[in-house]
Design a binder for this molecule. Structure first.
Ligand SMILES: [Zn+2]
Length: 296
């Protein structure tokens, strides 16, 4: 592969290492984050319950005042009734007193229900306060337990960052942009290895999305210095170490017109002979056996 493709593979590898350290850090801090969320949810519920409790208390106080006002009214009607001038007047006050009494009874029932609610909410509030305290304590303990471990994991991340930055600096800006976008989209899997599922058949697929690719794809990634992407998932393609040209490119069963190519390839490779089955315009695979393929 050419220098740009090599730089992309290097960046991919450094980025993967950094991401792995990052996931270790996140996994370790997951319990703490989970507990933090739990505490926050409980505190929100506590606030809400406290608010409801205050409201119920205010409503009970108002209802009590209402009852007192009605009692005073009834008392007032009674006093007037005592001084009634005739039976008709007496009866009128009696009706008023009874009406007030009926209303007062209804409100007293309401007050009873409200007081029950106040009591119930007060119980909930007390239980919630205890629950919040217990979960806060658990959070503090978790934080204490994990602090040392998190520091180590954070340090691992920090140690891997410069290598990633350095590798990124080696990739031309245009391709780096694409790389970062692909990383975001595929959770770091910005590159896909070319795979050859069947050793005997010269067919290549993208190892990430399994899309079949043009037969000349291997040669193009191998010999050109222009990053190529999978036509389906758009990841950058690279040649993995376990797919050197002598494994990737088969010798055709039927000899082709261009016999010269075979001889030429024999000169540069160990058996099995490297033979390109590419369209004629594709560059010939040249495989010096001593050089690892991704640095060829
Ligand atoms: Zn793909």
């Amino acid at each position: 592969m050419g220098p740009i493709n090599q730089a992309l593979v290097k960046l991919f590898e450094a980025d993967q290492k950094y991401r792995q350290a990052q996931s270790r850090y996140e996994a370790a801090s997951r319990d703490v984050r989970f507990q933090e969320r739990k505490v926050n949810e409980l505190v929100a519920r506590l606030d809400q319950t406290h608010h409801e409790f205050k409201e119920l208390q205010a409503r009970s106080a108002n209802t009590e005042l209402d009852i007192k006002a009605r009692e005073q009214k009834i008392e007032h009607y009674r006093e007037q009734q005592q001084t009634a001038k005739n039976n008709k007047e007496y009866q009128t006050f009696l009706v008023q007193i009874n009406t007030e009494k009926v209303d007062k009874n209804k409100i007293e029932d309401e007050l009873l229900k409200l007081m029950e609610q106040v009591e119930k909410t007060q119980g909930e509030l007390k239980a919630l306060v205890e629950h919040v305290e217990a979960e806060k304590l658990k959070l503090a303990q978790l934080r204490e337990q994990i602090t040392g471990r998190l520091e180590v994991l954070k340090q691992e991340m920090d140690d891997l960052k410069p290598a990633r930055d350095l590798a990124a600096a080696e990739v031309p800006a245009k391709h780096l942009d694409t790389f970062e976008r692909l990383c975001e989209r595929f959770d770091g899997e910005a590159l896909a290895a070319i795979a050859k599922p069947n050793r005997r058949v010269e067919e290549y697929i993208c190892s990430s999305c399994n899309m079949s690719m043009a037969p000349d794809i291997y040669n193009r990634v191998h010999s050109r210095d222009e990053p190529l992407t999978c036509p389906s998932c758009r990841r950058f393609l690279f040649i993995p170490n376990d797919l050197p040209p002598e494994l990737a490119v088969n010798q055709p069963k039927k000899p082709k017109k261009s016999e010269g190519k075979s001889a030429e390839a024999k000169a540069g490779a160990e058996p099995p002979t490297v033979q390109s089955a590419q369209p004629t315009e594709a560059p010939q695979v040249d495989a010096p056996p001593a050089t690892p393929p991704n640095q060829a």
